[in-house]
Structure formats: structure tokens, C-alpha cells
Design a protein around this ligand. Structure first.
Ligand code: COS
Length: 383
């Protein structure tokens, strides 16, 4: 749903120019340094991008999901690390509060998350609980007016920068399943919360991930999202339903950029006395990439419109995430093929994107988890 055509057009044009003039020229430098300069983060803040999905009454832009997708398509024409800076505030690091938080929690955290003053992070995965999220072992035991959290969370995106963590832990030791899990808001600096080392990743250099450890970390009862025990797993699943569509949009933006890189190389590069874009085998790779990126874009927009009509998108968001993330990897692989030896060389953005996009088939649920969700929902519908 587009609420206001002219405002969203202005925003898309602004982001598009910013990406072209400011982000693309420094993306290689950011990857090399594994960091994004502070002034860039300030500019991203000034553009209001941290608050894309946060309702206006809490200081965000309150975009509909369709509007958010259109902005993300543009932003992700640049390296995915710039989206990653805002990614947890727009998605998993804030959505738990937006969807299920108490009014007090919303008032306390959302304005700062919307402005980018505070970075949010989503701490679900554990060393022994990845795809099987409901088997998580972290505990939060009630002690008077507090809970005491113990456990380790793994591969937590933006944890090194985060000021607030949405942490999933078991409050009911008798219930080993999803119903025993609650979600907590834990602030950076709380005694007992510590961070592991910055992981060295295959790609997305400049975006950061590490373990988050809880060692007798005491939080007040008021830190429980929504004020109710046992709701945490559902909060996580609802969050992921929306954020998986967001990741699919990220894949669409990256696909478009990679296609542009491959196309401009193909029209310039000459072999057998003509541009390689004249050869049908190159054209086939370009055309397949274009058609698949267009399909992914259409799926994302259709799903976003359904979400904006307040319909359940569990199946569709998994379809989007599965298709768009597999697609962007295929497109990146074809782009390397079109560039030939140059596609394997650091000087070309395609080499970096090839590594960067691999993550999309893994986080916020692997492709196999998306398949499982889609098929389970299909079977549920006929029973
Ligand atoms: N929205 C709301 N509630 C949901 C839901 C959704 N999309 N999906 C599941 N639930 C509810 C179920 O209705 C069920 O509630 P009841 O017990 O009241 O019926 C409860 O949650 C447990 O659901 P289910 O039995 O389906 O859970 P499973 O343990 O079988 O696991 C999957 C479900 C595999 C889908 C889940 O573990 C998952 O998404 N894993 C991937 C995790 C992931 O993405 N990790 C990446 C971390 S973020 S970077």
C-alpha cells in the first residue's frame, strides 16, 4: 500500500542519489577497513532510514511494508553493509517491541531506535539452537522482581554496536518447547552481559557479528516483552515473518546492482572483435538474471501489499526469502561468469557481491527452513 505517492517518490529519489553519489564510491574502502565511517552513519540517520518501519507516533517514518520495500530496493544497490547498519532497527532488533511490546516499552525504546541513537539487536540463535530455535537453552529464572538470564547467543548481527538486545530465553524449565520461551529487552551495560570477539566473515565486511554472553545477568520483570511469560517464541516468529520479506527486498536490490555491473562489463568487453554482449550465451545469462530479479521483485511487492492489508504472510514471506536469496546467489554467480577472470578479482564489485550475498541464504532462516515453513503451511491448509 502506498500512502502518499509523492512523498515516497521523493524519498526513493533521495536514497537513489545518495547511494550513487555517496555510498557506492566508498563501499570498497568500507569493506577493506571492515568499518563504515561515522559521518556516513550520521548521514544515514539524517535521512531517517533507521526509522523506516517504526510508527510515526514513536518517531519513525511509519512506512507501509510496500513503501519500505521500495526504499530498500534502492538502498541495496550499494553494498549490503549499509543496509545492515539500519537492518536490525528496521527489522528484527525493533520489531519485537513494535509488534508485542507494552506501551511503556514502546515509549522507552522506539523513538531512540527510530532516530538511530540506539541500535537494536536480535538474540535468538545459540551454539546448539540455530534452525531449531525452539530448543534454545538460555534460561531466565524469576528471582523476586527480577529475572536472571544465563546463556550464550551466537552470530548476533550488529551486537558490537547494539544498545538494546531482544533476548530469547527459557522462563519455564519444565517446558522444553516453544511455550517455555519468553523475550526480554536487555540494555547494553547490564552487569553480566558481555560480547564475544568480532567474527571474521566470508563477506559483508563492515557489518559486524559476535556472540553475546549472559552470566547471571539480572533484568527487571518489566523487561519482558509484552509483560507476559511464554510468548517469546511467537514474538520471534511474527518478527521473522515480516523481516524475511525485508531480506528478500535486500536481495532484489543487490540483484539489480549485480546485473548492472555484469551488463556494463558485457557491453564494454570485446572478444572475437565484438562486445561479448553480442553473444547469445552471454545474453542468455543476462536475460535469465533480469527475469528472475523481476520475479523476486514482484513477489516481494505482492507480499508487502498483503501484509499492509493485515493478512497473514507466513507462507509468502518464506517464499520471498527462499526465492530472492537463491536468485541473488545465482545472479552473482552468472555475473562472475560474464566477467570471466575479472569476476574473480577484488578490483571488481562483482567479486565482493558474490561473497556478500551468500549470507542471505543462511540468516533469518536458511533456504531449507523456508522450504519447511512453506510446505508445513501448505499441509496445514488442507487439513
Ligand atoms: N506466527 C505466529 N506464531 C507462530 C508462527 C508465526 N509465523 N510460527 C509458529 N508459531 C507458533 C505456533 O502456532 C506454535 O504455537 P502453539 O504452541 O500455541 O500452537 C508455536 O509458535 C510453535 O510453533 P511450531 O510448533 O511451528 O515450532 P517449531 O519448533 O516446529 O519450529 C520453525 C518452527 C522451524 C519454523 C522455527 O524454529 C524457525 O523459524 N526456525 C528458524 C529460526 C531462524 O530463522 N533463525 C535465524 C535467527 S534470526 S538471524
Amino acid at each position: 500500500m502506498i500512502k502518499d505517492e509523492s512523498t515516497i517518490k521523493l524519498m526513493i529519489d533521495t536514497v537513489s542519489s545518495y547511494v550513487k553519489d555517496r555510498l557506492i564510491p566508498i563501499e570498497e574502502e568500507c569493506a577493506e577497513n571492515d568499518s563504515i565511517p561515522h559521518e556516513i552513519i550520521d548521514e544515514i540517520r539524517d535521512l531517517g532510514l533507521f526509522g523506516l518501519s517504526i510508527p510515526e507516533e514513536y518517531g519513525g517514518l511509519g512506512l507501509t511494508l510496500e513503501e519500505e520495500m521500495l526504499v530498500v530496493f534502492e538502498l541495496c544497490q550499494a553494498s549490503p553493509i549499509f543496509r545492515s547498519v539500519i537492518g536490525t532497527n528496521v527489522g528484527i532488533g525493533a520489531l519485537g517491541i513494535v509488534l508485542d511490546g507494552t506501551e511503556e516499552q514502546k515509549l522507552k525504546y522506539l523513538p531512540k531506535l527510530a532516530s538511530g541513537e540506539l541500535i537494536g539487536s536480535f538474540a535468538l540463535t545459540e551454539p546448539e539452537a540455530g534452525s531449531d530455535a525452539a530448543s534454545l537453552r538460555s534460561t531466565a529464572l524469576r528471582d523476586g522482581d527480577d529475572y536472571i538470564i544465563n546463556g550464550t547467543k551466537r552470530f548476533i548481527t550488529n551486537a558490537p554496536e547494539a544498545g538494546i538486545f531482544t533476548v530469547f530465553a527459557r522462563t519455564d524449565s519444565e517446558n522444553k518447547g516453544a511455550g517455555g520461551i519468553s523475550a526480554f529487552l536487555v540494555e547494553k551495560g547490564t552487569p553480566g552481559l558481555s560480547l564475544g570477539k568480532n567474527e571474521k566473515k566470508m563477506g559483508q565486511w563492515g557489518g559486524h557479528v559476535c556472540d553475546v554472553n549472559f552470566d547471571d545477568c539480572r533484568v527487571p520483570v518489566s523487561a519482558i516483552i509484552g509483560g507476559k511469560e511464554g510468548q517469546g517464541f511467537k514474538t520471534a516468529m511474527k518478527t521473522l515473518d515480516k523481516s524475511r520479506t525485508h531480506i528478500a527486498a535486500v536481495c532484489v536490490g543487490a540483484s539489480d546492482r549485480i546485473i548492472k555491473e555484469a551488463l556494463s562489463y558485457a557491453v564494454e568487453r570485446k572478444q572475437f572483435s565484438k562486445p561479448i554482449s553480442d553473444f547469445q550465451l552471454i545474453q542468455a545469462m543476462l536475460a535469465d538474471s533480469k527475469a528472475e530479479a523481476y520475479a523476486a521483485r514482484s513477489m516481494v511487492l505482492e507480499t508487502a501489499r498483503k501484509y499492509d492489508l493485515k493478512k497473514n504472510i507466513s507462507t509468502e514471506s518464506s517464499c520471498c526469502k527462499l526465492f530472492a536469496s537463491e536468485t541473488v546467489c545465482k545472479i552473482a554467480d552468472r555475473a562472475v561468469q560474464i566477467l570471466g577472470g575479472s569476476g574473480y578479482i577484488r578490483d571488481y564489485a562483482v567479486e565482493r557481491f558474490y561473497r556478500d550475498v551468500r549470507l542471505f541464504r543462511l540468516y533469518e532462516g536458511t533456504s531449507q527452513i523456508q522450504q519447511l515453513i512453506i510446505a508445513r503451511n501448505m499441509i496445514k491448509e488442507i487439513n
